[in-house]
Design a protein around this ligand. Structure first.
Ligand code: SF4
Length: 478
């Protein structure tokens, strides 16, 4: 006889009363959160409210609130309102918080007021991973990813956008003024008052837009986001979005995020800065740093080398010669012994004076006018009647050194891609389509600290398993 699996009756009593701990298995990730937070020195990390006040209502212990948030970020429950709800019905959370269920305001205030403590907790976890020899290869990949800000695209203004909007408003004013003329000349049997109201509203809007345009033009970035003023309209994939650029340095062996930061500019000039953060996290100056061509900046690469790193960055040709159908600079081979370039027509380009561009000193190299004039490749070399000039930066030997090393390690850029895409993809999936919930650098930084701590914790649980990780964590010094 066929039958279904039967559950236990809701009203059935048990001989020995069940305790909450029975519902949380030894391999439940929630146990890692509990051990990690209990081992933290919350006062030293900068958490507020660890020592209760002498007077007034007793407050919640920051350890409990940190556990609550960590659970939320590990389980895609980032909002304080949802955490409040879950704390009242989720058995894992009841176990973790010992059945405390603070209201959403208390939960949100904890995140808002403990930026330093949360940042230091994230760093402490990376320190523990280091003590567990997770970063022994000392190779990190640096990359940035655009995370949607809590600012609608319509609430971001650039001079072009404002001009279009102002033209649209002016057109509407003209249309209503024409209607008003017709009413005045008794051609149209309509009441003038609603039209006048619309015109007045549009004129106010026009004044607002003019004022906003002045502010936008005075802004160093020539754009303003009105909901989250720190977010920026940036290129992201094939389009543009109002976002933050989250920088991360990811360890290539276990894909743990060793350093991160929140910026609102491009990846350029971030290589050395992020590399230094990775050096501190790894407690190792001798690290290899992989980055894509967005990070290519001669000075930044030299700075990274001077700081003890081995940067490997894809070279970018920003001249646009390829697109114009002209010979690219990479086809001109530099001969360091004779300090000259050999062009694709096998002719010598010798040094001809220096030039300074954006504070950097370059030496110009070119062929004689006579040789170039007779060259069959001239139309593809440059459009100007004078010979093609090749600019060489005074520290270009360092870049050549890096290129040679990069050529000897052809897999580096594949490793880079495989390393950095994993954490960003995972975190964005956990965040959902809206990405960031908080506004401003301060809020977004706290949010990212929590996401990255949760991501690293999840990775470590996958690598070690819960009980092994707990044992390993307890054996280390926090
Ligand atoms: S035009 Fe001059 S620089 Fe260009 S390929 Fe010919 S010889 Fe070389």
């Amino acid at each position: 006889m066929s039958h279904h699996v039967k559950g236990r009756s809701r009203s059935q009593a048990t001989f020995f009363p069940e305790v909450l701990d029975d519902f949380v298995s030894t391999e439940n990730p929630v146990r890692v959160i509990d051990v990690f937070v209990d081992e933290l020195d919350l006062i030293e990390l900068g958490f507020k409210g660890v020592v209760p006040k002498e007077t007034g209502r007793p407050n919640y212990h920051p350890a409990m609130l940190l556990k609550l948030y960590l659970y939320g970020y590990l389980n895609r429950i980032q909002s304080s309102r949802r955490l409040e709800r879950e704390a009242n019905r989720n058995i894992e959370l009841m176990w973790l918080t010992e059945r405390l269920a603070p209201d959403f305001k208390t939960i949100a205030d904890f995140r808002k007021n403990n930026s330093e403590g949360i940042k230091q907790s994230c760093r402490t976890f990376i320190g523990l991973c280091r003590q567990l020899n997770m970063f022994s290869d000392a190779v990190v990949a640096i990359d940035g990813s655009k995370f949607n800000a809590s600012n609608n695209k319509a609430k971001n203004y650039t001079p072009r956008k404002l001009e279009t909007e102002m033209a649209r408003v002016e057109k509407h004013i003209d249309r209503y003024l024409n209607q008003l003329d017709k009413v005045d000349m008794n051609e149209q049997d309509t009441d003038a008052a609603p039209i006048e109201e619309k015109i007045a509203w549009l004129k106010t809007r026009l004044t607002e837009l003019r004022e906003l345009k002045e502010k936008v033009e005075a802004h160093p970035d020539k754009q303003i986001s009105t909901t989250d003023p720190d977010s920026r309209l940036m290129k992201a994939g094939m389009g543009v979005k109002v976002c933050y650029n989250i920088q991360s340095a990811v360890d290539c062996k276990y894909h743990l995020i060793v350093a991160h930061d929140v910026i609102n500019t491009t990846d350029r000039n971030q290589l050395c800065r992020m590399g230094k953060q990775a050096q501190v996290a790894l407690k190792n100056k001798d690290i290899t740093v992989l980055a894509d061509k967005g990070y290519f900046s001669g000075q930044d690469i030299v700075d990274a080398q001077d700081a003890g790193m081995t940067p490997l960055v894809s070279i970018s040709d920003t001249s646009g010669n390829d697109k114009k159908g002209l010979l690219s600079k990479s086809l001109f081979q530099y001969d360091s012994e004779k300090d000259r370039y050999i062009c694709p027509a096998n002719q010598e380009l010798t040094p001809r004076g220096t030039v300074t561009d954006k504070g950097l000193l370059y030496r110009n190299y070119c062929c004689s006018v006579k040789i170039c004039r007779m060259c069959s490749l001239k139309p593809k070399c440059n459009k100007s009647p004078v010979p093609r000039k090749i600019k060489r930066w005074e520290r270009a030997d360092r870049i050549d050194m890096m290129t040679e090393l990069l050529d000897s390690k052809p897999d580096s850029m594949i490793t880079r891609k495989q390393t950095v895409e994993h954490p960003f993809g995972t975190i964005k999936l956990w965040m959902g389509a809206t990405h960031l919930l908080t506004r401003g650098f301060k809020g977004v930084r706290i949010e990212m600290d929590l996401h990255i701590l949760a991501y690293n914790m999840r990775r470590m649980i996958s690598i070690f398993g819960v009980s092994r990780l707990i044992k390993a964590l307890m054996a280390k010094s926090f």
